[in-house]
Ligand binder design. Structure first.
Ligand code: FAD
Length: 287
């Protein structure tokens, strides 16, 4: 399936992102969770790519099982960082052999030593996008950052680099998570001014824990709205209340985004499908 073609339809495109289970032993249980979410009819799912160690090989194999055993359209994330060209070429052949034709093309997270030059033949996502386009046969998504990428000082430079990735072959954009829709609307307007016409799909993460939220947002540079922080502070010891709060907040975000023209929603499920499933039901009920 050509995922980018789905955006030409009038219906919102819902997708769900999973990450690789920590150990191979957890894979079967993980696939059961993916199967359970399939019942809620997302248009497709994605699996993040672990650029280090054995995760490199496992990611593609597990994405293949999602695609072929669970039988749900799966886009494979691929991060270029630390890889050489022959390694990426091999990965592309493996992905192709599994029948997967959609890839989320990324740089990958920088190693801890931020001053060190980026290792491998793909220091920027743009390099990977160009390489995959040249190889041919794949449809590509790229990442965008409504609050700016943490390494970028200039918002304009960030948007210009996004535009370059799209020109090089990115067919749709998935954004980093955010909790205040104003970031998405401002970012989308700036991207349009810079000539990006590709669909920009907002990435939404239903909050399931306050400590985890603080960790994630520190890592990816997203901000926590003061109201959300205050609310979560007061209920943080009640796990169920936090999950419910996350569902309510994310549902409100999704409704406004869709009402104001977002082409769909990409859910960061954190491999916990319950919140995403409830939000999908609520959105469909609301039409
Ligand atoms: P790039 O587009 O290369 O941008 C990274 C930074 O470099 C930006 O600051 C950009 O402005 C700057 N830059 C770009 N080109 C140049 C240039 N020519 N000169 C100087 N600076 C430049 N990580 C994983 O490891 N695995 C995953 O599966 C994964 N999935 C993700 C999915 C989504 C939807 C998102 C939003 C992120 C994901 N990440 C993943 C995290 C991602 O790898 C990091 O955010 C990474 O730091 C940047 O990746 P990128 O593809 O946006 O890189």
């Amino acid at each position: 399936m050509e995922i980018s073609a789905l955006f030409a339809r009038r219906e919102p495109v819902f997708s769900c992102e999973f990450f690789l289970p920590k150990t191979p032993e957890e894979t079967d249980a993980f696939l059961c969770d993916v199967r359970a979410l399939k019942a809620f009819n997302p248009s497709f799912v994605t699996l993040t790519y672990g650029a280090g160690g054995s995760a490199r090989d496992r990611t593609i194999a597990v994405a293949g099982r999602m695609h072929n055993e669970v039988g749900i359209e799966t886009a494979c994330h691929l991060a270029g960082i630390t890889h050489t060209r022959p390694e990426i070429a091999r990965n592309l052949e493996r992905i192709r052999a599994l029948g997967i034709t959609n890839i989320v093309a990324l740089r990958g997270d920088r190693p801890k030593d931020r001053a060190a030059p980026l290792p491998g033949d793909f220091p920027h996502a743009l390099d990977l996008v160009a390489f995959i386009r040249k190889a041919g046969g794949f449809h590509l998504a790229v990442a965008g950052y409504p609050e700016g990428h943490p390494e970028t000082r200039s918002r304009e430079a960030d948007i210009a680099r996004l535009a370059a990735k799209v020109r090089a072959g990115g067919e749709w954009v998935i954004t980093q998570l955010f909790f205040d829709n104003r970031h998405y609307f401002d970012f989308t307007a700036a991207a349009r001014r810079a000539g990006v016409t590709a669909p920009i799909v907002p990435g939404i993460m239903p909050v399931t824990g306050f400590a985890q939220l603080k960790r994630f947002t520190t890592m990816c540079g997203a901000s926590i709205p003061p109201q959300m922080a205050a609310d979560l502070e007061s209920i943080q010891d009640d796990a169920e209340a936090v999950v419910r709060y996350g569902i309510t907040w994310a549902t409100r975000q999704c409704r406004e985004l869709l009402e104001r023209g977002a082409p769909g929603i990409h859910f960061y499920t954190l491999n916990r499908s319950r919140s995403t499933a409830e939000i999908l039901v609520a959105l469909r009920k609301a039409g």
